[in-house]
Design a protein around this ligand. Structure first.
Ligand code: UDX
Length: 446
């Protein structure tokens, strides 16, 4: 099939390359000329394991092109919308400017005929009600354009895997059954290989499909904040939240995943999605339904301040002049994404309290230098820890979880370590002479 992907960020670029991998002819459109140029050379603009290989293969095959010229999408059968919906400045709601612009360009440039509909398939995370609005605009355009909502669930670090082998595929379809059947057939052709793998495919109406995505992210955020609330209780009582999570996780109904307590969640999705969801509920007059997400957000943000206070407590409340080595800046490992990163937020707060903060990250260093020239960024752990008073592991990169505490011990001035992700072995670090502190992880012989 001939396919366009509008927006070539994390979602769009990976989707475009994966669709070419499935054998489709794909054109990726983005307003950022530098990004388009890089992608056209087969180079990834971001750190994503496995993506460079798929991208290079797709570009070399001649099935994948990138452009800033939206008129090149004219002959595509499906137009996927994968632009960002960031949090609006000063508000909780999602900024829909890019989605609106993407729809505009399809309505302007798509070639249609009465017997040959084209499809707008939205993938971006949007407020419920968006697809119906787009369908109205499409109908008013006089062109034969249909609309589906086909949310994406990809996790950074697993983007290719999640796109080519998702847990499920959701088609949000219009109430008109005939139109819905035409759309289903088009999307089934597009995803034929995935469907052959027996990946569950759910047919829903528009609002359900839009809600699935925000409901999934809200549930995940709630799970993380739940275990972080338990971490606060463990801190107050001497319990160990990692053991607690393991024990409750053995219950299949609860499960072990997303119960890692620490400095909390960040990134380009979870924080802004729960806020946009609350804002939308307010607009719909059901704001009480989601007030619990306010608490989820509050617990999450409190983790960052807790980590800073733990650091300050080590030095009698004063951080001025203390050298702190921060290991990790990205919001999670295997990513160079700094958006709403708890690690970077904590580093910034420590710095604002007068600490001499030195940060290192295996992949996000370059982005960090560009985004935050005020911070001291170094390339290696050795440089970061030299003569430090405190080591803080804030992103659980393998490079950090596998550090040898005995080898690091002589390099630092004071041997305090705060394990912001509860990924280090407390016993091994204590045995090597470190004062180990986890998040909600009381010291215990058990
Ligand atoms: C998330 C969703 O997982 C994905 O399905 C959706 O499509 C986009 O948003 P992503 O933002 O890539 O994906 O990251 P995710 O792996 O969900 O992690 C989010 C944040 O939660 C990270 O900061 C991570 O460190 C944190 N986290 C995750 C925890 O603090 N504890 C956990 O147990 C799990």
């Amino acid at each position: 099939m001939r396919i366009s992907t509008i927006g070539c960020g994390y979602l769009g670029a990976v989707h475009a390359a994966c669709m070419a991998e499935l054998g489709h002819e794909v054109i990726g459109v983005d307003v950022d000329a530098a990004k388009v140029e890089k992608l056209s050379r087969g180079e990834s603009p971001f750190h994503e394991p496995g993506f460079p290989e798929v991208l290079a293969r797709a570009v070399e095959s001649g099935r994948l092109h990138f452009t800033t010229d939206a008129s090149q999408i004219a002959d595509c059968e499906i137009h996927f919308i994968g632009v960002g919906t960031p949090q609006m400045q000063g508000r909780y709601a999602a900024d829909m400017t890019y989605v609106d612009a993407a729809v505009d360009s399809v309505l302007t440039h798509a070639n249609t005929s009465p017997d040959q509909p084209v499809l707008i398939a939205g993938k971006s995370t949007v407020p419920v009600g968006t697809a119906a609005g787009i369908a109205e605009r499409a109908a008013a355009s006089g062109k034969n354009i249909l609309v589906a909502w086909n949310p994406e669930f990809l996790r950074e670090g697993f983007a290719v895997q999640d796109t080519l082998h998702p847990d499920r595929i959701v088609y949000g379809l219009p109430e008109d059954r005939e139109e819905g059947e035409v759309i289903r057939e088009m999307l089934d052709r597009c995803y034929a290989q995935l469907l052959e793998e027996q990946i569950p495919r759910l047919l829903t109406n528009y609002p359900t499909a839009e809600l699935v995505k925000v409901a999934a992210n809200s549930f995940l955020a709630t799970k993380i904040s739940f275990i972080n609330a338990m971490a606060e209780l463990c801190d107050a009582t001497g319990g160990d939240v990692t053991k607690l999570a393991e024990a409750i996780g053995h219950d299949d109904r609860i499960g072990k995943k997303f119960l890692r307590a620490g400095i909390g969640f960040g990134g380009g999705c979870l924080p802004k999605d729960i806020r946009a969801f609350m804002a939308r509920a307010g607009e719909l007059g059901v704001d009480q339904t989601l007030t619990f997400l306010r608490e989820v957000d509050a617990i999450n943000l409190r983790r960052r301040e807790t980590a800073v206070e733990m650091a300050a407590d080590l030095f009698g409340g004063r951080l001025v002049g203390r050298k702190i080595a921060v290991l990790g800046a990205a919001f999670k490992p295997n990513s160079d994404d700094l958006r709403d990163s708890p690690a970077l937020d904590i580093a910034t707060r420590l710095w604002a309290r007068g600490a001499d903060v030195v940060i290192t990250d295996p992949a996000a260093g370059d982005n960090l230098r560009k985004a935050r020239p005020d911070l001291h960024v170094v390339d290696t752990v050795e440089q970061a820890v030299k003569n430090s008073d405190l080591l803080m592991v804030l992103t659980e990169w393998k490079d950090f979880t596998e550090l040898d505490p005995a080898e690091l011990r002589p390099r630092v001035r004071e041997a305090h370590v705060i394990d912001g992700r509860n990924v280090l072995d407390p016993q091994a670090w204590s045995d090597a002479g470190w004062d180990y502190r986890g998040m909600g992880r009381g010291v215990s012989t058990w």
